[in-house]
Structure formats: structure tokens, C-alpha cells
Design a protein around this ligand. Structure first.
Ligand code: URA
Length: 274
């Protein structure tokens, strides 16, 4: 954690407003590691310092972090791995807080993965009740047949139950390959692969291009960026939760194209029979 102004730390910890915190500091109520600090611009590492107001230790408020990663293949959606495989957290080298992926993508699935230390928002986004949309692009072996895709559009039986109707669109058929876009709101294990397998297609490449209205546009494979305030608020709105303190926009690895990810416009669901 980097250093921040003492008054900002105090106000985030709920001690007082920024202005009132400045008065507390100036009047000598605040100690840092046992020493009274009256200087207003003093910068402190809140994660390490012992900060007290009138002798009472302040609550450490952890900065909320929201990161979007364009996950490459052969990277595990986890915070660590007993077998030494690279994890999505290993790819994010500029965040010191302990963040974790919101849901998961298979080891060999690419694309949009959000990571955060905000458990409440993560739970909301993963909860089936909120039916958060996830859009994937699948390169399939073979030339797709719309009638078979219709089975995905109405819902089909997998070993763990019926799938909800999916939004499915064939984007291209070339030679012996097809590119199909599918939007689902469930998050069962290997669901998209199992859905296509159930109608007789194998997936050669699977990529998540949208999640909860966010797109991965502008991020190359392996790159990440912080979400901005508007994006975090939109995620909160989706789950009906109230936005709390969230981290400021900070730069991350990348090539200057970062930040072009957009909240996609809402779309009408078109299902077979509707
Ligand atoms: N469905 C899959 O089959 N795999 C993923 O990684 C995500 C959704």
C-alpha cells in the first residue's frame, strides 16, 4: 500500500470528514506510531502505521480494488496453485491488496475476468438471482447448423439440470469452422463447453468478451486495468447493492489502449419462440 495523506486515511476510516480530520490533526489529537503529528500534509502508509485518535486506534479500512483482466489461456482462475501453475493474480503486479477473481474461467478459456477484494460485490455478481449476463465467443469445429443451435436458445438438459435459454448468434462460418456468440446468465462449471458438446460441437477456442455489461475491448491478452467509478457503480446497480468506497482510477500495465472498455448498451433478449 502506498502512502496517503493522514486526513484522507482518517476520513476513510470513518473518524471524521476530511475537513474535521484536519482539525483533529492540527489540534494534536492524532498520533502515528506513538508520535503526535500536527503537520497536515503528512503522508502515512495506512497498512503499516499505528494511527490513533486520542489514543484510540483507527479502524483500518481496506481500499476496494476492481480490476479487469483479459485472461490468456493456460492461466488458472485462482489466487494460488499447489502445482505451480501461473494464476490470474500472478498477472496483476501493481496491486498490493489481496484480490481474487469474481467467478472463474477455465484454464484454457480466455477473456474478461474481474478481480476484486470486494466480497459483497463479488457475491452479488455471482448470485444466480441477479442473472448477470456473460457473453462468450466460441470457435467451433464444424459448420454450425441453426436447428442445433436452437436447442441452446430454448434450453437443454445437462447432467446438472436444464440450462436457461441462451442468446446465440452465428457470427461466421469459414471452411470447417464456425464462430458463434453465446450469452448466458448462469455460471455452471464448464457450462458453455458442455452446452456445445451436448449439441455435437467441440470448442476449439473460447473467449469471454462481455461480463455484466463490461467489454474487454482495448485490453490485449494478459493486460489489465482498473475499473473506473462509473463502471463500478454500474456493477453495483446490477446487483442492487449500494456502492461503497472504491479505489480511484489508477493506471495498470498496457499499451495506452486501456480504458476503452465500455458499458455495453442493454440489449433485448431474443429467444426462439419470443
Ligand atoms: N463456460 C465454459 O465452458 N468455460 C468457461 O471458462 C466459462 C464458461
Amino acid at each position: 500500500m502506498s502512502e496517503e495523506r493522514l486526513q484522507k486515511i482518517l476520513s476513510r476510516a470513518g473518524v471524521a470528514s476530511r475537513r474535521a480530520a484536519e482539525v483533529l490533526i492540527a489540534e494534536g489529537h492524532v498520533t502515528v506510531d506513538g508520535k503526535v503529528v500536527k503537520e497536515l500534509g503528512t503522508k502515512v502508509d495506512a497498512a503499516r502505521a499505528d494511527i490513533r485518535v486520542d489514543g484510540r486506534k483507527i479502524k483500518r479500512s481496506v481500499e476496494k480494488i476492481y480490476v479487469m483482466l483479459n485472461k490468456p489461456r493456460r492461466v488458472l482462475s485462482a489466487v494460488s496453485d499447489d502445482h505451480g501453475r501461473q494464476t490470474v493474480v500472478d498477472l496483476i503486479d501493481d496491486v498490493e491488496e489481496k484480490i481474487f477473481p469474481i467467478g472463474r474461467l477455465d484454464y484454457n478459456t480466455e477473456g474478461l475476468l474481474l478481480l476484486t477484494n470486494d466480497g459483497e460485490l463479488a457475491n452479488g455478481l455471482m448470485h444466480p438471482r441477479f442473472e448477470v449476463d456473460k457473453t462468450y465467443r466460441a470457435v467451433l469445429k464444424g459448420r454450425v447448423d441453426e436447428e442445433r443451435l436452437d436447442r441452446l436458445r430454448v434450453g437443454l438438459k445437462l447432467e446438472d439440470g436444464m440450462t436457461a435459454p441462451a442468446l446465440v448468434e452465428t457470427l461466421a462460418i469459414e471452411g470447417d469452422e464456425s464462430l458463434v456468440e453465446i450469452t448466458i446468465h448462469e455460471g455452471r462449471n464448464r457450462q458453455v463447453r458442455r452446452m456445445f458438446s451436448a449439441i455435437g460441437y467441440n470448442i476449439k477456442r473460447l473467449r469471454r468478451v462481455k461480463f455484466a455489461g463490461l467489454t474487454v475491448d482495448g485490453l490485449k491478452l494478459g493486460e489489465h486495468r482498473r475499473l473506473n467509478k462509473r463502471e463500478v457503480e454500474a456493477l453495483y446497480r446490477l446487483t442492487g447493492l449500494e456502492a461503497k468506497a472504491w479505489s480511484s482510477e489508477k493506471s495498470s500495465s498496457g499499451d495506452g489502449q486501456r480504458g476503452s472498455s465500455k458499458i455495453a448498451p442493454s440489449r433485448k433478449k431474443k429467444f426462439v419462440g419470443s
